[in-house]
Design a protein around this ligand. Structure first.
Ligand code: AMP
Ligand code: MN
Ligand code: MN
Length: 375
């Protein structure tokens, strides 16, 4: 299966593309005219033509006064929501009408992101207008990652995809994909600059949250000199970084602590995979929502005997949301791609309807079929 090392798209384009391949003819015509599919896997950032097309699309919508729909991926993290709110604030400052949405069940902003500026723009998927001429998606590698909002993006005439996932399938009509960016907010920051919008404290804070969450506070390998340069600009624009980081990383409901204890108490090492799980019953006993289970992987992955860490989180419908992390040798993005999910080489995920043991077995089998990372 050596193709995985050279063609990451091959691992993930199938399920999403096939399942949601309902793009309108006008969408296909736009995408085709820009050679989008061929450039989706480019190792660097967007081409000058892609930047020009994206800026023109946004400027036209602002000038026309039509509502612009901004969509984050399901159960949005700091990067997805920070990106959508940042561009929303920028567009509002230019006089545009914007609406931000995403799928989450039950619907709501995760507790530790409720301080993000721009929440007034957020509506539940049921309230999302069905006639917006332009939709922009953030941090979303494939159409299915929009959940119940996927049909909206599949049928809207113009869809600008802003992302940094190597596994991006190239959906939409216009693409700003930078696989070298540590966060989608880095790409959004560049777009905000091209739109000539100055960085207010609020806008900078939304960008900063995406940057610190996706880089793990500038620790992960995707962190670049550009990430630090952007952080410096954002701090100069007024971001209160100590306050923001306290809320993002170090503020949890009390029930998080017993939940963490339960999850860590049943950690197991299987070969070089360290893993644990959190059930719906565990969440109920701790009195917290699924969002509180998201950061458990950050503790589990510290086991030095492991190459890969896995946390299975049970959703209300009984399915497992699986988070995976690699210490550097295993391409978990490719492995998760084989199971219908995706992500980055060192941080990825998928959804499973099998029981926990079968899910882990299938993941280990997928890892075995994946070419190891070399550097
Ligand atoms: P998480 O473990 O949820 O923090 O996700 C790690 C990375 O994998 C992020 O870039 C996610 O966007 C991506 N990811 C997680 N779950 C999925 C999925 N089911 N399909 C595609 N990508 C995913
Ligand atoms: Mn994300
Ligand atoms: Mn991201």
């Amino acid at each position: 299966m050596t193709f995985l090392a050279t063609d990451p798209l091959a691992a993930s384009a199938g399920p999403a593309g096939a399942a949601m391949g309902t793009a309108s003819t006008s969408q296909e015509a736009r995408a085709g005219s820009q050679g989008q599919k061929a450039t989706a896997a480019a190792a660097s950032g967007p081409s000058p033509e892609q930047w020009d097309a994206a800026v023109a699309l946004v400027e036209q919508a602002v000038a026309a006064g039509t509502t612009i729909g901004l969509l984050a991926h399901v159960n949005p993290d700091g990067d997805a929501l920070g990106s959508a709110l940042a561009l929303g604030l920028a567009l509002q400052s230019r006089g545009a009408r914007v609406v931000v949405s995403f799928e989450a069940v039950p619907f709501g902003v995760p507790a530790n992101l409720r301080f993000l500026p721009g929440q007034h723009m957020i509506v539940a998927p049921e309230q999302f207008p069905d006639d917006v001429p332009l939709v922009i998606t953030f941090d979303t590698g494939s159409l299915d990652r929009l959940g119940v909002l996927a049909p909206v993006a599949a049928t809207t005439p113009a869809v600008l995809v802003i992302d940094h996932h190597r596994s991006n399938t190239g959906f939409g009509t216009d693409l700003l994909l930078d696989v070298t960016a540590a966060s989608t907010t880095e790409v959004v920051a560049a777009l905000v600059d091209k739109l000539g919008v100055p960085l207010s404290e609020e806008l900078a804070t939304a960008l900063y949250v995406g940057l610190v969450t996706d880089t793990g506070s500038f620790r992960y390998s995707a962190t670049s000199p550009e990430s630090h340069e952007l952080a410096a600009r954002l701090l100069r624009a007024g971001v209160r970084h100590a306050e923001v980081n306290l809320l993002v990383w170090d503020t949890r409901p009390l029930g998080y602590l017993p939940l963490l204890a339960t999850a860590l108490g049943r950690v197991k090492l299987w070969g070089d995979v360290v893993w644990t799980w959190v059930s719906v019953d565990d969440l109920e006993a701790a009195g917290v929502g699924l969002e509180e289970a998201e950061s458990i992987i950050d503790v589990v992955r510290t086991a030095e005997q492991s190459q890969v860490a896995v946390v299975l989180k049970q959703d209300v419908d009984g399915s497992w949301r699986v988070s995976t992390r690699s210490r550097g040798k295993v391409d978990v993005g490719a492995a998760c791609g084989l199971l219908g999910g995706g992500g980055h080489q060192l941080a990825a995920g998928f959804t499973s309807r099998d029981d926990a043991a079968t899910t882990l077995e299938k993941f280990r089998a997928a890892v075995a079929r994946t070419a190891p990372l070399t550097s």
